[in-house]
Ligand binder design. Structure first.
Ligand code: G3P
Length: 217
């Protein structure tokens, strides 16, 4: 399973990259705003900076909600770097734009996906990635992980190559569960990724090894 980090925070992106396990970055307008990155030029420069830090795919979201606007913005974003994946909202014009970009060989990520039907449309439009938001479904008493299972089944039934990018991952167990189900990618916060490191028996065992080493030396 690929690991993307879901942030526009450069320190966190650098920390995840330094761990050696990072495969890409996802961003959205809210994550940009959280870092104080506003205005078209600053946002574009921020994408370029992120592409220089990581080796993998970097999702850059369009703001337009009409087909022509999405095509215009997406083409400009795709020209920034070969790592850029054009992130499109799961609406009718977003699906049309997804088909347009996939026909041109430009990578896409269809975002704000909350149902299996939406994921099926994204695959038919040739999306590189589909982003089901599991945490936001959990927030409204709906099992986000069940959606990942449904999409996995549907994509496997027909051999769709669209990658299931489990998004809105909130904690470490989401990552484990997505891996069990067979999500292709997960994107989450650094805290959830670092949670995978933790086990008290590892810390106790290491302390004992070091203590015993000191006794004999
Ligand atoms: O990857 C989608 C993500 O940015 C949304 O996460 O935590 O705001 O639901 P969250």
């Amino acid at each position: 399973m690929k690991f993307f980090i879901d942030t526009a925070n450069l320190d966190q992106i650098k920390e995840a990259q330094a761990l050696g396990i990072l495969d890409g970055v996802t961003t959205n307008p809210s994550l940009m705003a959280k870092e104080g990155i506003t205005g078209k030029e600053n946002i574009i420069n921020h994408y370029k900076t992120i592409c220089n830090i990581v080796d993998g795919d970097v999702s850059a979201e369009v703001i337009a909600t009409d087909f022509e606007g999405m095509v215009r913005e997406g083409e400009a974003l795709a020209k920034l770097d070969s790592q850029i994946v054009v992130k499109l909202p799961m609406i009718a014009d977003g699906i049309k734009a997804c088909k347009y970009f996939s026909d041109k060989g430009i990578k896409t990520n269809v975002t704000l996906v909350f149902s299996a039907g939406q994921a099926l449309l994204a695959a038919k439009a040739g999306a590189t990635y589909v982003s089901p938001f599991i945490g936001r479904l959990d927030d409204v008493s709906t099992d986000g992980l069940s959606l990942i299972s449904e999409i996995r089944l549907i994509y496997d039934n027909y051999g769709y190559e669209t990658g299931i990018l489990a998004a809105s991952v909130r904690h470490t167990m989401h990552i484990i569960d997505c891996a069990k189900i067979g999500a292709d990618v997960m994107t989450g916060p650094l805290s959830a990724i670092k949670g995978l490191l933790k086990h008290p028996l590892t810390d106790i065992g290491l302390a004992k090894f070091l203590e015993d080493y000191k006794k004999g030396n």
